[in-house]
Design a protein around this ligand. Sequence first.
Ligand code: MG
Ligand code: ZN
Length: 372
Amino acid sequence: MLHKFFLLIFLSSFLSACAPQSPTSGTRPENAPLKNRPRNVILMIGDGMGLTQVTAGMYANGNRLHLEQCTITGLHKSYAANDLITDSAAGATAFACGEKTYNGAIGVDLNGKPLRTILEEAEQHGLATGLVATSTITHATPASFIAHVSQRSEEEDIAEFFVDSGIDLFIGGGKKYFDRRQKDNRDLLQQLQKKGYFVSHYAEKALDQLTFDPSRPLAYLTADGSPLTAEQGRDYLAPASAKALPFLAQRSAKGFFLMIEGSQIDWGGHANNTNYIITEMLDFDRAVGAVLDFAKADGRTLVIITADHEAGGFAINPGSSMDTIVGAFTTDQHTAALIPVFAFGPGAELFSGVYENTAIYHKMRRALGLEK
Ligand code: MG
Ligand code: ZN
């Protein structure tokens, strides 16, 4: 009797699992409410970090990366609206706004119309927000989360968006686009200060001397233009990330959205320089380690680690060992290879599978409960 009962349950659940669902009946699985929703979402972008860049960093580091702690992996399709090979502007706009656009576009669609970014939406919903990068903070990747300009090269225009954004924290290079502007004489750092920001920079105070006081929003400029390479001694990404997390958590009880970029893995690809790629990859992974430590302790933080695109057509050639990576390159530009996605924490399961880069935006919104 008992056996028959279980058989019945088994059969009925088997049949319902197999039954085709019409699009109009019931809730499609991808729209079902999340059982365990995170409070915080951290998107970590290794610019130009294809699968080979991850592999090279891992073997060069004794066969170990912090990002291996992620429980879910997926792949995304990085192409832009007007080119199979995306640039970082269209790539980041896809993550930030959920739309494929043209190469060079910062937070605007194919017609140049501004798109609301997930950072702006999070801000409107009372979440704390932040951007941390190892390029200028006005560079294409971070810019696409906060600015709306037709061309990525307009970094002075991009800087203006920070003043009225309400962003709680930003850390990166590009001080000159704020306080020594070619197009006007505005001092945007002074304007940020007037808005209540605690503003500091590399020439005034080292990052490790900085108190992250959550009673005020924080802006810290790490360089005048582009920050140094990791090989030259730049080492702020992991400590800045580690300090940003509790700071943002205290800025809003509703949670936070933070984008952290390892910007220069890409530049190693453009330079066809294996050691540049590996040192930047490992610098980024140290930040991943700090973020995953926070997420594990917090239990309500979703971490997504991915790239906008691959750069260099990078390969690990015969003759390589764990100690010596023999890199080879097909180009000094970006390529169109599928891009790995690693996820950890509540909602990570959304990131399994193969999907468009724009799906990352929708998955993050769903995780944050921004989607109705
Ligand atoms: Mg970038
Ligand atoms: Zn690039």
